[in-house]
Design a protein around this ligand. Structure first.
Ligand code: ARG
Length: 461
């Protein structure tokens, strides 16, 4: 089969070369973007008098027919056509003849692939934002139910201070909100048309790039053609954004794994989203959060791969850049599926409120409150209060009880300045509710955070 670029070649290439060189097996995913870009290009060429209206019409009709053939799985993909761009163009020429041969006027595959890939990334950016919104909705509805559910807040995975479950979940809402904001800022920055740059240096044809930008929904036209055909920053940005989302998901997944263990038992994952063991009949495994944690590795790999491909490339287009697509497709699909299953696993899990509270009753979670009491009520400098509290904790350990339930006489053995009113300060609920500072865990502060996120959510509709 003769290739569209075969003019200067004496013999056709080896079959092995076709296989090695082709991107068709993966870039056929871009067929809709390719056809959309070509229709916009042909429409512009006709407006500028470079094609006749009739030619542009034939091209648009032919391209729409090809789209239908692909969607009905009637299109014959032949690896000898190298990529989706030449597959579509070859078929167009088959279908409409002469007019089809004029489509590639004032265009190169270098700006064509840049526009196709950018349209894809922009489209998927919005899809990921939507999936993040849905996860946030689930977290918010659980948070609203659990502002009073005590949970041990941890540092170093050791009991630290009592918090509530809503406060904990809102930490993830904060992360996913930033993820949305990052995607949206990438969307805006990258909503720029690459088409019309041709191979690298622009074109002598009297094209109208602003018009094509409008037809394709871009806000503006790229400034420098040499940069445009070699720029893959938009792809790197979505890869980084996805890696950050997956890193957040992975941290949450790690907690779900811990929380569903016998040691914690804070949650029970639903049967629907748990798996069994092939040998141990009693097992119910958290495969979903484990896979979420595991898949974070591959999306990070995709980011590093593309950074490495691009590093050191001379301007402008180099074939290395064909390696830009598979990792992006993989990361996009991975994060989309991950967000969807995370949403379902969290929505269907059972929250064991009693176990969370019980866990707060060990580890002397209100120790900081005793120190704060000594500062506020007894005017003791914090460093000294910290030391006295440490002694009280050691005393409680000796008695085999938690500081939160230690009697006043026992506390006074540690320091006689401790008053009768101390017990109230040491209760877990009091401890949690004492942290009323902005962004703190007190129920009042937690409710304010819920309000802030709800205002943000409604402002987006
Ligand atoms: N399949 C190519 C890619 O994905 C399209 C661009 C080809 N350009 C070229 N000058 N060979 O990058």
């Amino acid at each position: 089969m003769s290739k569209l670029w075969s003019g200067r070649f004496a013999t056709s290439g080896a079959a092995l070369l076709d296989q090695f060189n082709a991107s068709l097996p993966f870039d056929k995913k871009l067929y809709a973007e390719d056809i959309k870009g070509s229709i916009a290009h042909a429409t512009m060429l006709a407006k500028q008098g470079i094609l006749t209206e009739d030619e542009a019409d034939q091209i648009a009709k032919g391209l729409l027919q090809i789209k239908q053939e692909i969607e009905e799985e009637k299109f014959v993909f032949d690896i000898a056509h190298e990529d989706i761009h030449m597959s579509v163009e070859t078929r167009l020429i088959d279908l409409i003849g002469e007019a089809g041969k004029r489509l590639h006027t004032a265009r190169s595959r270098n700006d064509q692939v840049a526009v196709d890939f950018r349209l894809y990334v922009q489209k998927e950016n919005l899809v990921i934002v939507r999936a993040l919104e849905e996860v946030i909705d689930v977290l918010m509805s659980i948070a609203k139910e659990h502002t009073n559910t005590l949970l041990p807040g941890m540092t170093h995975l050791q009991h630290a201070q009592p918090i509530n479950l809503a406060f904990h979940l809102l930490a993830y809402v904060s992360m996913f909100k930033r993820d949305i904001e990052r995607l949206e800022s990438s969307y805006q920055r990258n909503n720029v048309l690459p088409l019309g740059c041709a191979a690298l240096a622009g074109t002598p044809h009297n094209i109208d790039r602003e018009y094509v930008a409008k037809l394709l929904g871009f806000d503006s036209v790229s400034v420098n053609c040499l940069d445009t055909v070699s720029d893959r920053d938009f792809a790197l940005e979505i890869l980084f954004n996805i890696s950050t989302i997956m890193m957040h998901i992975s941290r949450f997944a790690e907690e779900l794994i811990l929380w569903s263990s016998y040691e914690f038992k804070f949650i029970t994952l639903s049967d629907e989203y748990s798996t069994g063991s092939s040998i141990m009949p009693q097992k119910k495994n958290p495969d979903v959060p484990e896979l979420l944690r595991g898949k974070t590795g591959r999306v990070n790999g995709n980011l590093i791969s593309l950074l490495t491909v691009l590093k050191g490339l001379p301007l402008a287009y180099n074939k290395d850049m064909q390696e830009d697509k598979e990792g992006v497709f993989d990361s996009v699909e991975t994060v989309f599926m991950s967000l969807n299953i995370l949403k379902e696993a969290v929505r269907t899990m059972t929250i064991n409120v009693g176990r969370m509270k019980q866990a707060c009753e060990v580890g002397h979670l209100s120790a900081t409150d005793l120190a704060d009491y000594l500062v506020q009520k007894c005017n003791i400098p914090f460093r000294e209060a910290h030391f006295i509290t440490g002694r009280a904790v050691a005393h409680a350990e000796g008695l085999g009880i938690d500081l939160s339930v230690m009697s006043v006489p026992e506390l006074q053995k540690v320091d006689a300045r401790i008053g009768e009113d101390v017990s109230e300060y040491l209760s877990l609920v009091h401890s949690m509710n004492a942290r009323t500072s902005q962004g703190g865990t007190a129920v009042s502060s937690t409710c304010k955070q819920i309000e802030i996120f709800e205002t943000w959510i409604t402002s987006r509709h």
